[in-house]
Design a protein around this ligand. Structure first.
Ligand code: ADP
Ligand code: MG
Length: 283
């Protein structure tokens, strides 16, 4: 399993601040967040609703303005990239959103949806056709999916289509914003397995945003915990999900269902009842 390396990270976010205007006041949604993602690495971003996870994802994707700080992709600054330069970056940087219903154009066939990013970038129709067939195979959907419309598919299948669309230009990083949160538990598990397989097969990196530490625990190499616009804790998956330092991370972990109720009860006792004043990790 890949973890932090000494190479230049694929993505580096440094001291990022994002302010939203709210009428005559401003609201600071990110208060100086720093993080890195290596090639082939999955970094989880967890935190309760409103903690700033989507804002960080949007800032990376250029979908919201950055107040200060910097974002570097493969060594180049992309913090304020706009227009044609931002569109070129889309070959390397893609997104999968939560809502498999809203994110696919209902008037297009799946084949058209998947071919569009390629033909728009100048790929020939024949090559696009081949790439689309390959992507459907990647996400384990049947070949005849190309002629059908998004409305003909279940939530999990639509999310597979959204993943195929994100993959079709062979990006290096995909920002996944709550990509399984709208799915039932069984479908969630299957789609998470798909994300893991795709990462093994393609070496793509993920920023995997979820309010559910249980989901992030299954897929991510490293985890960053957001709380009210700040990154309060980050580290390897096992460290964060087994011995979290920060009381907020502990609460998040207790909120996520686990297979072993005895272990959960023990955690509840030791973390909530007998927390040491220094907040040192539970053995
Ligand atoms: P999360 O994804 O962790 O739920 P968000 O990044 O969506 O959090 O939101 C962080 C905070 O910023 C929340 O308080 C939210 O209300 C606020 N916010 C998000 N988008 C906007 C916006 N476009 N304008 C004003 N406030 C916003
Ligand atoms: Mg969000």
């Amino acid at each position: 399993m890949k973890t932090e390396t000494n190479e230049t990270p694929l993505l580096a976010v440094d001291n990022l601040v994002v302010d939203y205007r709210r009428g005559r006041t401003t609201f600071r949604a990110l208060k100086g967040v720093s993080m890195t993602i290596g090639t082939g690495e999955c970094v989880g971003l967890v935190g309760e609703s409103g903690s700033g996870k989507s804002t960080l994802g949007k800032a990376i994707l250029g979908l919201t303005d950055v107040t200060s700080g910097s974002i570097t992709f493969d060594g180049s600054p992309i913090t304020h990239l706009k227009g044609a330069a931002r569109r070129r970056l889309a070959a390397d940087l893609q997104v999968v959103f939560q809502d498999p219903y809203g994110s696919l154009d209902p008037t297009l066939t799946v084949g058209q949806i998947l071919a569009e990013p390629l033909t728009a970038a100048g790929t020939s129709r024949a090559d696009a056709h081949r790439a689309v067939a390959e992507m459907l195979d990647h996400v384990r959907l049947p070949a005849d999916t190309v002629t059908r419309y998004p409305s003909e598919f279940s939530g999990g299948q639509r999310q597979r289509i959204a993943i195929a669309r994100a993959l079709v230009r062979r990006p290096r990083l995909i920002v996944c914003d709550e990509p399984v949160s709208a799915l039932d538990l069984t479908t969630q598990a299957a789609v998470i397995d798909l994300f893991i397989d795709i990462q093994r097969e393609t070496g793509v990196s993920y920023l995997f945003v979820s309010h559910d530490l249980g989901v992030v625990r299954r897929i991510c190499h490293r985890v960053s915990v957001m709380y009210r616009g700040e990154c309060v804790e980050s580290g390897p998956n096992q460290t964060i999900t087994r011995n979290p330092e920060h009381p907020y991370t502990r609460r998040l972990l207790l909120a996520s269902p686990v297979a072993d109720p005895a272990r959960q009860a023990e955690r509840r006792r030791s973390w909530l009842g007998l927390q040491s004043p220094t907040g040192s990790p539970v053995p």
